[in-house]
Ligand binder design. Sequence first.
Ligand code: PRX
Length: 637
Amino acid sequence: MGSYSISSLPDYFKQYRKSIKNPKKFWNRIATENFEWYQHWNKVVEFDMEEAKITWFKNAKLNITKNCIDRHLATRGNKTAIIWEPNDPKEKSQHITYNELHGRVCKMANVLTDLGIQKGDRVCIYLPMIPELAITMLACAKMGAVHSVIFAGFSASAVASRVNDCGAKLIITSDGSYRGNKVLELKPIVDEAVEKCSSVEKVLVVKRTGGKITLKKNRDVILDDYYPKASKDFVTKIMDAEDPFFILYTSGSTGRPKGMLHTCAGYMVYVAYTFKNIFNYEENDIFWCSADIGWITGHSYTLYGPLLNGATTVMYEGTPTHPAPDRFWKIIEKHKINQFYTAPTAIRALAKENYEWVKKRNLSSLKVIGSVGEPINDEAWHWYNDHVGKRKCPIVDTWWQTETGGILISPIPFVTPTKPTYATLPLPGIQPVLMDEKRNEIMGNQAEGNLCIRFPWPSIARTIWGDHQRYKETYFTAFPGKYFTGDGALRDEVGYYRITGRVDDVVIVSGHNLGTAPIEDSINLHPAIAESAVVGYPHDVKGNALYGFVILKEMGESRDKKNLEKEINQVIAETIGPIAKLDKIQFVPGLPKTRSGKIMRRILRKIASGDFDNFGDTSTLLNPEIVEEIKNARIEN
Ligand code: PRX
């Protein structure tokens, strides 16, 4: 294997310059030196941004599992590939070596073949965070089947809409899953979903909880009936660079989920390259990304990125606070984790707990800590830095999307100086640009605008499954010739980027453009406040006014609410300006969140404006019951 590390700031600047001046040469070298191919490409990149047609490594032949597993066997066969940590701390963790992983993936590929799956078929995976989740994904990859993982918390209707959209022949699920103190039954959800899915021929069931399940004749099969007899030999399918690799659904501005399609070669090259550099991974490190594999973060940085680098990656089945709020810190201590990657929402939730929980645990193995999925506010950044990283671990605030496949903007640890709340600089090959409302590029630093990317990178999603027109319209028409991220960003005086949030979360108040994210940051500075969400609602005089939904910390519960409201507005006035003060403040016990922890602002906007009709599908929320509670306590005037 060649080297693709970025070693210093001058080295980063040099590599970045090269990658922009001659992207073909840059990616050609990385792809040639660091991966095994059955056949070399005859063109590095070809694209038409108007038509949204992008090809990387044209006509190359490969299989990602050769690069994730097979090529490591000679030198790392007995190295642990996956550490699996169960929900119950008393249950034994599994340490799966590369040799074992190879055997288990081949056996699984044989089971799937016996069930009629062939190259190009779509397979939906609806499993909890158990080793079989990783193994079935890798088995699909090995045989050229297209996996579509559906987070095992989605409702039957959400499962059905995804299965129908991709026309899956097979669903893999389990009897149930363990999450904290709860046992969730998954098989009945799949049963209900499949009633509405005519493409599904088989349902494969993994046993995890031992719960009672009913099996439908000629459709349902138990993995244990096939797996022990399956052969450990499997002939890997040779894939074309642009063959479909996986589909992953993400929410869009309409109710219909978007099946983002990633293809084989470009995804592999970019994810491997970014994993190595952004987490500063060294041979014997233990890496843990706490994201569920049902999200892109889990695909790219729990599974594929680490394995492509021959790393040891941790998969955790449970919740951050089970059985106590120190579980994350205990896992770091137990497995001597070197890189820890999580979401700001988890950081804020854990920061709300007594500081003793984190102080008691030995976190000295940590070298790099990361954040992903939403802007990390100043308070959470500092808490993470002080109490988890102990001010010696760089925080990598990584900005990217399901659509981008891999991280596009992030500090490189020990190379890029970090700056609280800033994702900082683009990775080599990534050309961010800021665009104004008139579609003009904003030049120079100290600027703010719509974040677009000028040139395609290897792991950009190639299309929306079955709807290329929607792909083109969503990402390539607002700013012709560029990929539009849907995010706003600012660029500081040295060129560092800070993501300010979705541009659709901007509210115009009395003609002033206000981002809701900075207002929330400012509210969260108040010591009695745990979290907040600000949305706009129609106002007679100002056009729009601001409505804040605020969660108090325990210490805030006993405070006089009128006083607290005054203080919140004072903090806003002092950090942003009086124009950003809230017109209405509602103290709430929780906020409606998606399973990945994102606040569902669409619902809050409707509540704030008194429009209680048609909240859309709330079954995909983590806490659907909160909607009614917030609605009932809405502030009228
Ligand atoms: O708004 C940005 C936010 O999450 C969006 C992408 O969401 P999703 O496709 O679910 O992928 C999440 C995991 C990559 C982006 O458009 N986002 C993601 N990372 C950051 C972020 N916002 C600010 N800072 C980040 N580091």
